[in-house]
Design a protein around this ligand. Structure first.
Ligand code: G3P
Ligand code: CA
Length: 327
């Protein structure tokens, strides 16, 4: 009997093959260069990313710019260039500046409000990196696709849609207009539109007629990312509601596994059972989950949980790991 168990185990371990999970460059190759810059996009492309993420917010003249925060001071020198343009809360809002004004800023590695680097070993240079627009990133990636005969995709995240509406702009409509101009609002195109705000995900599909694949991001209520109760969204009923409107989910790493114990939370399995694709965030080799190293983290993600893609600050590292998996 034991002999058979060994035979079956050996058979499974040599025959298990893994589908090709996607390497999603999180804010470009942001582990190496200032996030969301055209240089970080280019490096992510060169490192073999399958998709490159663009967090999107809006400028005063309603241009879609690629920036993670609705504020500017964490990744630019706005306080030096426009010292008097802060709001009463002391913050500098991208929506208060025209694109021409934003282009005068220099983008640097992400810092805390007190000016400390969030990731201490990352890029320390002072070169004049610039804020880019969604259109510039679409053009760059499409031109590189033409040059290299590849089809690296776009992964735009609609940031704070309800807040943007309160500022007088429909960011989701701007995103769809841009995608439609490039004939990319199409489920067959290499495009995923992601959002934390579940009401907005439904609005994209049912009111704005989005055709591109939609990804519902899962956060923590305390982050105040969106007027969405994420604790309800991860219940079986919540996942069923997501499955009616979205192609997949983008959960936070701790939502899918207790990495130090090597245990699944069951979320990936439940999502897969509903036909949802799963693209968790974020793999950072300089900020790994507690108790696991680089290889253990990726083994749990890709071999044990078999996620369908991964938001990674280090596309090269994730690509290298995936190349070791039996195809
Ligand atoms: O969009 C996936 C992931 O990036 C969500 O978190 O804060 O990095 O945009 P955040
Ligand atoms: Ca994002």
């Amino acid at each position: 009997m034991v002999k058979w168990i060994v035979v079956i185990f050996v058979f499974l371990s040599v025959t298990t093959s893994y589908a090709n999970p996607l390497v999603i460059a999180h804010r470009g190759a942001s582990g190496y260069l200032p996030e969301h810059t055209l240089e970080a996009v280019t490096l992510a492309y060169a490192q073999g990313a399958d998709y490159i993420e663009q967090d999107l917010v809006v400028s005063k003249d309603h241009k879609l710019i690629v920036l993670h925060d609705i504020h500017l001071e964490t990744v630019t020198n706005v306080e030096q260039v426009y010292p008097d343009r802060r709001r009463h809360d002391g913050r500098y809002y991208a929506i208060d500046f025209s694109l021409i004004e934003l282009k005068k800023l220099t983008v640097h590695e992400r810092q805390t409000p007190s000016g400390k680097m969030v990731y201490s070993q990352r890029y320390r240079g002072t070169a004049d990196f610039k804020i880019s627009t969604f259109s510039e990133q679409i053009e760059l990636i499409q031109q590189l696709n033409k040059q290299f005969g590849k089809n690296v995709g776009l992964y735009p995240e609609i940031k704070a849609p309800a807040w943007h509406r309160s500022q007088g702009v429909d960011i989701s409509q701007l995103v769809l207009n841009t995608l439609r101009k490039h004939k990319l609002d199409d489920p067959k195109q290499a495009v995923y539109i992601q959002c934390f705000d579940f009401a907005e995900t439904k609005r994209l599909k049912y009111q704005l007629g989005a055709k591109a694949k939609l990804i519902q991001l899962i956060g923590e209520n305390e982050w105040n990312e969106a007027p969405t109760d994420f604790s309800k969204l991860v219940t079986p009923e919540g996942l069923k509601a997501i499955a009616e409107v979205a192609h997949g989910i983008g959960p936070w790493l701790p939502h899918i596994a207790n990495f130090s114990e090597g245990e699944s939370t069951g979320l990936v399995e439940q999502a897969h059972a509903l036909g949802l694709t799963v693209h968790p965030y974020t793999f950072r080799q300089d900020a790994l989950p507690a108790g696991v190293n680089l290889t253990q983290t990726q083994k749990i993600l890709f071999e044990q949980l078999q996620v369908d893609g991964l938001f990674s600050d280090f596309p090269d590292t994730t690509k290298t790991f995936l190349n070791t998996l039996p195809k």
